[in-house]
Design a protein around this ligand. Structure first.
Ligand code: SF4
Ligand code: SF4
Length: 466
C-alpha cells in the first residue's frame, strides 16, 4: 500500500487566506529553468500574435474578425455567414468534447501555459512588478512601509504602466471585434465622436486593471469555471504536475554528513522552494489541488534543488497519481491513447467541414402556386425563385444552366452579379421544349455558375402538361 502524505493542514485553510479569513497576498518568486524558458517562448509568441493578427489581411479581409455587433465573422480571411451556423455548432460541440477529453488526459496545461490570465499576469504584469519593486522580499518590505517618496514613485509608475497596458490589451481585443481599420479611424477622431465606445473601453480596462492588481490568482482558484471543473474532470490517470511522495518522503532538511537513506529520509529536503515559486501559493507536496494551474514552476525549481543536492531530477514532474502510487513508468495507458485518437479525429472532422464550406451558396425553389406556362416554339416554362449568398468580398457574375435536359434559362431582369458580402434574390424561367416533357412532373437539375465555375447543382421538379 502506498504511503500516505501526512501533511494535511492545507485541507483546513486556503493558502491565500490567513487565520482570520483575510486575503494573504502572495509574493511568488520569479521561476527559472528549462520549462520556464519554454513558457517564455510560448507566452511571448502568443502575445505577439495577439497584437499582430489584427494587422494581417488575407484576400483583403482581416485574418480574424468577430464582429458580434454586425454579425460578421471571419476566420483565416474567410467570411462566415449565418448560413454557416451549422459549422459554428459543430465547432462548439467539438470544442466542448475536446476540452473535456484533453483535461481528463493532460490536466490543466492550458491554464499554466496558454490562458490569457496567466500569460498576462506572469509574463507582463509580474515582470514589471519585479523590475520596479524588486524581488518578493523587497516587495514585501515596500508594502509594509508607510507612504514615502520611494514607495510613491514606484507604486505610481507600476500602476500607471499597468493601466496603460490594460488599455492597450482592451484595444487589441476591440480590433478583433470592429477590425483594425475602424479602430485606427476611431483613434484619430476626437473622443467626443466616440464617447460611448471610449467609456466602454475605459470600463473594460478598469476591470482588467482590478484583475491584475488585486484579484490575480483568485481568478484561477475561485472564479474561472474551467478551474472549478477540475474536480470532476481529473482522475488518478490524468497527467498533472505531481510530487513523487514515494521518493520524497520522509521529507527532512539537509544535514551535513548524513546518510539520508539509512536515516529513512526521502529526497525532499523541505526547502520550500517549490512553494515559494508557486503563483497560487500551494504546496504541490500536498497532492493534486484545485488551485494548481500546471504552470510547472515548481518542477523547474525542484529540479535545480535536486541538481544541487546531487539527486536525480523529477521529484516533481508531469505524471499521474496512479503512476506515482504504483511506481509505474508507463505514462501512456491505452485510455489516454484512445482519447488522443478521438481528439485528433474530432479536429480532422471540423477541419474537413470547414474546408468543404463554399464561398457562394444558392437556394432555388419553384415559385409556389404557379403551374407551367406555354411558351413560343412549342416550349413549356416553370418559374423559380432564387437566393444567392455571396460570402466573399468580390462581386461575382452568376448564371444558371439546365444540366439534364435540353432547354434554357431566362432570368427576369438583366444579367446580374452577386454583390460582395451580399444576398441576391430574383426569379427565372426554366424553359424546356415540348419533346423533353415526358410526364407532368420531371426531375430537373439546375447548375449555378459563378463566372465559369460550377458552384452548385440544385435538384428541382418541372411541372408540365399531362
Ligand atoms: S523544491 Fe523539491 S526538495 Fe524543495 S521542498 Fe519542494 S519538493 Fe522538496
Ligand atoms: S503547484 Fe507547481 S504547477 Fe501547480 S501552480 Fe504551483 S507552481 Fe504551478
Amino acid at each position: 500500500m502506498a504511503p500516505k502524505n501526512p501533511y494535511t493542514g492545507y485541507r483546513d485553510q486556503l493558502t491565500t487566506l490567513n487565520e482570520s479569513g483575510k486575503r494573504r497576498w502572495l509574493y511568488a518568486q520569479q521561476p527559472k529553468g528549462k520549462l520556464y524558458n519554454y513558457r517564455n517562448i510560448v507566452s511571448y509568441t502568443l502575445l505577439t500574435l495577439l497584437f499582430a493578427i489584427p494587422f494581417i489581411k488575407l484576400n483583403g479581409e482581416p485574418f480574424l474578425l468577430f464582429n458580434i455587433l454586425e454579425r460578421k465573422f471571419i476566420l483565416f480571411g474567410v467570411q462566415f455567414w449565418p448560413q454557416d451556423f451549422h459549422l459554428f455548432l459543430y465547432s462548439m460541440i467539438t470544442l466542448f468534447v475536446f476540452v473535456v477529453l484533453f483535461t481528463v488526459s493532460y490536466g490543466r496545461i492550458w491554464c499554466g501555459w496558454a490562458c490569457p490570465q496567466t500569460v498576462f499576469l506572469e509574463f507582463i504584469f509580474r515582470r514589471i512588478e519585479y523590475l520596479i519593486e524588486g524581488t518578493p522580499a523587497q516587495q514585501r518590505k515596500l508594502n509594509a512601509q508607510s507612504m514615502n517618496f520611494n514607495k510613491f514613485w514606484r507604486k505610481t509608475l507600476k500602476l500607471s504602466l499597468f493601466y496603460a497596458i490594460c488599455f492597450s490589451i482592451t484595444n487589441a481585443f476591440l480590433s478583433y471585434i470592429i477590425g483594425i481599420d475602424q479602430l485606427l479611424e476611431i483613434m484619430k477622431a476626437p473622443i467626443s465622436d466616440h464617447s460611448v465606445g471610449f467609456t466602454v473601453a475605459v470600463l473594460f480596462s478598469t476591470v482588467m486593471f482590478f484583475v491584475f492588481t488585486k484579484l490575480r490568482e483568485q481568478v484561477c482558484t475561485m472564479i474561472c469555471p474551467y478551474g472549478r471543473l477540475q474536480g470532476v474532470l481529473l482522475d488518478s490517470n490524468t497527467i498533472v504536475v505531481a510530487y513523487d511522495y514515494k521518493r520524497g518522503e520522509e521529507r527532512a532538511p539537509l544535514e551535513a554528513g548524513e546518510d539520508r537513506e539509512e536515516d529513512g529520509k526521502g529526497d525532499c529536503i523541505d526547502c520550500y522552494q517549490c512553494v515559494d515559486v508557486c503563483p497560487t501559493g500551494i504546496d504541490v507536496r500536498d497532492g493534486t489541488q484545485l488551485e494548481c494551474i500546471n504552470c510547472t514552476a515548481c518542477i523547474d525549481e525542484c529540479n535545480s534543488v535536486m541538481d544541487w543536492v546531487g539527486k536525480p531530477r523529477g521529484l516533481i514532474r508531469f505524471d499521474s497519481e496512479k503512476n506515482i502510487a504504483e511506481g509505474n513508468k508507463q505514462k501512456w495507458p491505452v485510455r489516454k491513447i484512445a482519447y488522443t485518437v478521438v481528439l485528433c479525429i474530432l479536429l480532422a472532422v471540423v477541419a474537413m467541414l470547414f474546408s468543404s464550406r463554399t464561398d457562394l451558396e444558392a437556394i432555388i425553389l419553384r415559385t409556389p402556386g404557379l403551374m407551367y406556362q406555354a411558351q413560343e416554339n412549342d416550349s413549356i416554362s416553370n418559374m423559380y425563385s432564387f437566393k444567392i449568398v455571396n460570402k466573399t468580398n468580390a462581386a461575382t457574375p452568376i448564371h444558371f444552366k439546365i444540366m439534364n435536359h435540353e432547354g434554357s434559362i431566362k432570368v427576369i431582369g438583366e444579367a446580374f452579379n452577386a454583390g460582395a458580402s451580399a444576398i441576391k434574390e430574383g426569379v427565372f424561367f426554366a424553359i424546356l421544349p415540348q419533346k423533353e416533357i415526358t410526364s407532368d412532373n420531371i426531375p430537373i437539375t439546375i447548375g449555378v455558375y459563378a463566372d465559369t465555375r460550377l458552384i452548385e447543382e440544385v435538384e428541382l421538379t418541372f411541372v408540365g402538361p399531362n
